[in-house]
Design a protein around this ligand. Structure first.
Ligand code: FAD
Length: 494
């Protein structure tokens, strides 16, 4: 039986392991941490449980597909609910909006409370759907790095509709032209942060993202986001996949002969583990820097601007806040200044947009009775050696002041325990270069073409999956990277 080694048990590594096991290969996953999931992990603190990274679950069909491929019943492993309410938005001028899953209800809410009309919202979401229909088969579900992708009929059709994807103006410019009320521009500009980008630079094509939430829906796994990881690990193990934790791969071993260069396996602790093919799930930057040291790296692809990172406070709160929901955004007053701080000044502004995720609103076991588990996140630049200790002290003060101002409470009195994650610790814990959350940023219209392919064109039988390679970051796209490898796997005999 041919053998596959996967380096890294991030979500795409686990999905790749499942796909290879379904194909009938012997599969072994080497993971440097003592636990699976990479960014999709959890934190337990004094009776509170937190999802450490992702909190918004969209496109669950890509997870379900893995159970279907393995001919298993998804609900035996993993269950989730569709949310009626996507997010609560709070503005400094006192405006509060709820983004309902029901588009009519959401559009009515906006018409009643702002200067934008229900019609604007509906038209915008239709446009979002159009961008999805033109782009998803070409940019998300196939490799961009093989000729046959371009000869495919779906690609030809998309080329004729290319003008509809709005690639030649920024997301913010498009939204300013679309909405009458600047607070609604801000609400939809926020979607650029879903892949760590800047709405004042990224192409308006990113307006595809609301389509995922408003048409397909926003979801929450019944046992929290980390159960995506644990249930897929269970599925993989049921299919015979072996996980080796606390096992850091030090090198991808390959052999050159007259016919080319072929992967041979990986090296850990001085020992070579042979495989017919290797899939690397770790950040492509570190794959080249640490595991392929003797190999010429594709400089242009690796020097692209990284996505933003995050500063997260995990707070156990000894009170309940009925005005907050599962997902909450408290907007910066000056959004442009916030993005200038992140992208131009590489710092954190004094009034950042704050995201609060509280899973205990739905999953009671995540916090003691009468308490809440707050995941409080702000977007920050990727790590370029800034003085993070100083930044964290200042940011915490500013966050608490803003929360007190908007919620009209003294929230600091309710914090009973705290853990902090910053770009440095994100890099250490997940192997993400500069602590960026989503690999490269999408701050230019060619970004989709400047992500590394899912295979090596120089080393046969070496593949790459995860948020730092094509088609990009976020759980759905990371899962699609595993699917693209599955669709393109061409094993050259060793
Ligand atoms: P990663 O999670 O990057 O894991 C890579 C794995 O490789 C790690 O386990 C690491 O330990 C391992 N590894 C590294 N080096 C080695 C080595 N040498 N040997 C062996 N193993 C190694 N996405 C969403 O869809 N929704 C969200 O709401 C969302 N919010 C986010 C919030 C935060 C704070 C973060 C950090 C991310 C968020 N994301 C979100 C992005 C999402 O988490 C990632 O895109 C996705 O989880 C990346 O998965 P991956 O497969 O690339 O692997």
């Amino acid at each position: 039986m041919p053998k596959a080694i996967i380096i890294g048990a991030g979500i795409a590594g686990i999905a790749s392991a499942i796909r290879m096991a379904v194909k009938g290969y012997e599969v072994e996953v080497f993971e440097s941490n003592s636990y699976p999931g990479g960014k999709l992990a959890e934190i337990n603190l004094h009776g509170f449980r937190f999802d450490a990274g992702p909190s918004l679950f969209t496109m669950p069909q890509y997870v379900d597909e893995l159970f279907a491929l393995a001919k298993k019943n998804p609900s035996d492993y993993f269950q989730y609910d569709k949310l009626g309410e996507i997010c609560r938005y709070f503005y400094e001028d006192g405006l509060n909006l709820t983004a309902w899953t029901d588009i009519n209800k959401f559009a009515d809410e906006i018409e009643q409370k702002t200067n934008s009309s229900a019609e604007e919202i509906k038209k915008f979401l239709n446009k979002s759907e159009t961008i999805y229909s033109v782009t998803h088969k070409v940019f998300l579900e196939r490799t961009l790095h093989k000729l046959n992708s371009y000869l495919h009929w779906d690609t030809v059709k998309s080329v004729f509709r290319f003008g509809q994807i709005d690639a030649f103006r920024t997301q913010s410019k498009a939204n300013e032209a679309f909405f009458n009320d600047e607070r609604i521009v801000q609400l939809f500009n926020r979607y650029a942060t879903y892949n760590g980008s800047n709405p004042y630079q990224a192409p308006a094509t990113l307006n595809v993202i609301p389509h995922f939430e408003y048409h397909f829906g926003a979801f929450l796994p019944k046992k929290g986001m980390y159960s995506i990881t644990t249930s897929l690990v269970k599925l993989a193990e049921d299919l015979g996949v072996k996980f080796q934790f606390n096992t850091k791969v030090e090198e991808i071993v390959f052999k050159a002969d007259g016919r080319g260069i072929k992967v041979e396996g990986v090296r850990n602790n001085g020992q070579i583990h042979k495989a017919n093919f290797v899939i690397s799930n770790l950040d492509i930057w570190f794959t080249y820097k640490n595991l392929l040291k003797d190999f010429k790296a594709p400089k242009k692809l690796l020097s692209q601007q990284r996505s933003s990172s995050a500063l997260i406070f995990y707070w156990g709160m000894k009170n309940e806040y009925p005005e907050l929901g599962l997902h909450n955004i408290l907007f910066a007053e000056n959004y442009k200044a916030e993005f200038d701080s992140i992208w131009k000044e590489q710092t954190i502004c004094s009034d950042p947009t704050i995201y609060i995720n509280i899973t205990s609103k739905h999953i009671k076991a995540d916090a003691p009775k009468g308490c809440e588990n707050w995941f409080v996140m702000i977007n920050v630049p990727a790590n370029n050696g800034q003085n993070w200790d100083e930044f964290i002290i200042k940011a915490k003060e500013n966050i608490i002041q803003k929360l007190n101002r908007i919620l009209k409470k003294n929230i600091a009195d309710d914090i009973v325990c705290e853990q902090i994650l910053d770009p440095r610790s994100i890099e250490i814990k997940t192997g993400s270069y500069q602590g960026s959350l989503y690999g490269n940023s999408s701050n230019n219209q060619f970004a989709a073409f400047l992500r590394h392919p899912n295979f090596s064109s120089k080393i046969e039988n070496l593949y790459f999956c995860g948020g730092s390679v094509h088609p990009g970051g976020g759980i759905p796209l990371a899962l699609l990277s595993a699917k693209i490898i599955d669709d393109n796997l061409k094993l050259t005999k060793s």
